[in-house]
Design a binder for this molecule. Structure first.
Ligand code: ADP
Ligand code: NA
Length: 318
């Protein structure tokens, strides 16, 4: 059976795009072995606050649970807590070229004009390769921005296998089923993202209802005045319709004004996020329980990860 891994960065700005594009597909596919991985090691590639990182990692784990990830079926882990990730990262560097890493678009973008660039920002895609390969993953749901990194993981795995002997499963990137790409409400030309320059167009998963209503009410539309899908000419309205479909799980009825559309979207989003917010508040009362779930996830995945690292060490002559 295929094994999947979905990664989440530990930031305090989880948004509706993360839920629709990653968490819900993960929940929908829980009949197959899956891992939900919080990439807390990744947070070390840029300046960070240790206390904030610890809190964010716990928050993402809590939101995953609140969104319906079932820890009995999906192992929820933080990559820092499974030391095999870091060990395999180092071993994989023996099959990765400096030029390959330096060519990554994300590295070029994040390092350009930045004096304090950490070495780990350069080698981050090798860590991502290790995150995937260490668990013998076949399928990785990835967005466009991670495609190049997944390709590198495939290249490194294939090369390692050819050079040192069959060691790794070569993973495949997939588009999650029914996962609409959600755009920024204040700038529908860009995707909703935690790293957007402004939070004005982002619907946070833990935003209070009045903030959500305001964000949707202020969403950028157009002067056409007709509610219809036309991504080219009406990207804002098209995005609101996509959110409505994803949240209400049905075709919207006839809507005659943008005001009516926004009210419907607000209600549909609240119907999805309200219960998540409530469950999150409940779970937050017992952070020890969430930490225990992370520890259980680690215990569940570690034997296979240790076995993969053992194979890699042996292949390398260690
Ligand atoms: P961000 O893109 O905000 O930095 P991440 O890189 O942590 O978020 O992405 C976590 C998951 O959420 C990935 O699977 C990614 O493809 C998905 N995702 C992120 N933004 C969106 C979006 N706007 N619409 C749909 N899915 C998204
Ligand atoms: Na991203």
């Amino acid at each position: 059976m295929t094994r999947r891994l979905t990664g989440f960065q530990p930031t305090g700005h989880l948004h509706l795009g993360n839920l629709i594009g990653a968490m819900r597909p993960l929940v929908a596919a829980q009949d197959r072995p899956s891992i939900a991985m919080i990439a807390d090691l990744h947070a070390l590639t840029v300046e960070h606050d240790p206390q904030q990182l610890r809190a964010n990692t716990l928050q993402v784990a809590t939101v995953l649970l609140a969104a319906g990830v079932d820890p009995e079926r999906t192992a929820i882990i933080a990559n820092s807590q499974v030391p095999e990730h870091a060990e395999l990262h180092y071993l994989l560097e023996s099959a990765t070229g400096y030029g390959e890493a330096a060519r990554m678009i994300q590295f070029k973008e994040k390092s350009a004009g930045n004096k304090g660039v950490r070495l780990s920002l350069l080698t981050y895609p090798v860590l991502m390769a290790a995150d995937i390969l260490v668990h013998d993953i076949d399928q990785v749901p990835v967005g466009d921005d991670q495609n190049q990194h997944l390709e590198l993981a495939r290249t490194v795995a294939t090369r390692f296998n050819a050079r040192y002997g069959e060691t790794f499963t070569v993973p495949e990137g997939i588009r999650p089923e029914n996962a609409a790409r959600i755009m920024d409400l204040s700038d529908p030309a860009r995707k909703m993202s935690k790293s957007a320059p402004s939070a004005a167009g982002r619907i946070g998963l833990l935003d209070p209802p009045e903030v959500i209503r305001r964000t949707i009410t202020r969403a950028v539309t157009d002067t056409v005045g007709v509610v219809r899908d036309d991504a080219g000419n009406q990207p804002g309205v098209t995005n609101l319709l996509a959110i409505l479909r994803a949240c209400a799980d049905r075709e919207p009825g006839p809507l005659t004004s943008y005001g009516a559309l926004k009210r419907e979207v607000t209600d549909a989003v609240e119907a999805v996020l309200g219960p998540i917010r409530a469950r999150y508040a409940e779970l937050s009362e017992d952070p020890g329980h969430v930490r225990k779930i992370l520890a259980d996830g680690r215990a569940r995945v570690q034997p296979r990860a240790a076995e993969t690292v053992r194979r890699a060490r042996t292949a390398l002559g260690l």
